[in-house]
Design a protein around this ligand. Sequence first.
Ligand code: DAH
Length: 335
Amino acid sequence: MLDKVKSFISEVENATANTEEEIESFRLKFVGRNNVVNELFEQFKQVPSEQKRELGPALNKLKNLAQTKLKELSESVGFSSTSSAEVDVTLPGAFGSEGSIHPISQTRSRIIEIFERQGFNVEDGPEIDNDWNNFTALNFPENHPAREMQDTYFIEKNPDMLLRTHTSNVQIRLMNKKKPPIRAIMPGRVFRNEAISARAHCFFHQVEGLVVGENISFKDLKNTLYHFSKEMFGKQTKIRLRPSYFPFTEPSAEIDISCFICGGSGCKICKQTGWVEIAGSGMVDPNVLENCGIDSTKYSGFAFGMGIERVTMLKYQLDDLRLFSENDVRFLKQF
Ligand code: DAH
């Protein structure tokens, strides 16, 4: 029996393999469930004890050699097979950490979903546009101080081109290509030359809304945003409209919702007023309709513009805009 063990030892020592099949047959013979080493261990039990002293270490040597050799052969063929005895297939697998959808994308999707259910289409427009679409057609007169409200990045090589300061440019593009009835929302990224702080950033996101048709009134504007606010912030939400000014709407209104944190009694988020602002809005100025070739005596419309960061910050009670663009996984993982 000792001779047999010695001959297996030299067989294992000299074993070579070039293919996975060769490795597998080595594994079956020396390491697999019914391997020759186990068989020898069985026979070992019957061996007279004086022979055991020499046979035992030889058998152990054979067993260890076979396992080491299998590893070597597998690695040399670039295929890492471990003997079935070493793998516990019942152990849970190792999972990598999962990514999550960015909070801004989540809010955008939710806003889109709510407006789609009210019959709105989703439209898209470019982030680089000309002065006409971003300002002039929206009734910002040349040299009008209203242009200063939005610090603009102009394209150096062509000062007529700029990074859009709001998504309202898509209103103009849409009204040029499509005639009423129009009922659309336009989400997108906008840019302003602002010093970056917790409350301002040089880029952020908006959702623009535009409805144009016959007999569209302020009542429709109010109803649409009322419905949106309840869906977005909860059934008990109330809205309030405050007179405001935008060059492209007349009349214009700022939309506030009752503070959903304190329910209107006053807290840090609403600065003790009970109300938080979520959007600018108004009836589309007839000049804007005419600039897009739409007959303002026949059609009227309303529009609104909402900050996606603002809505997200309110919803999750965040107080620093910069968190959205820092790519800190500790922040992002929470959504
Ligand atoms: N464009 C405005 C801004 O960026 C937001 C806005 C206000 C959009 C009123 C509108 C609107 O469509 O009707 O501040």
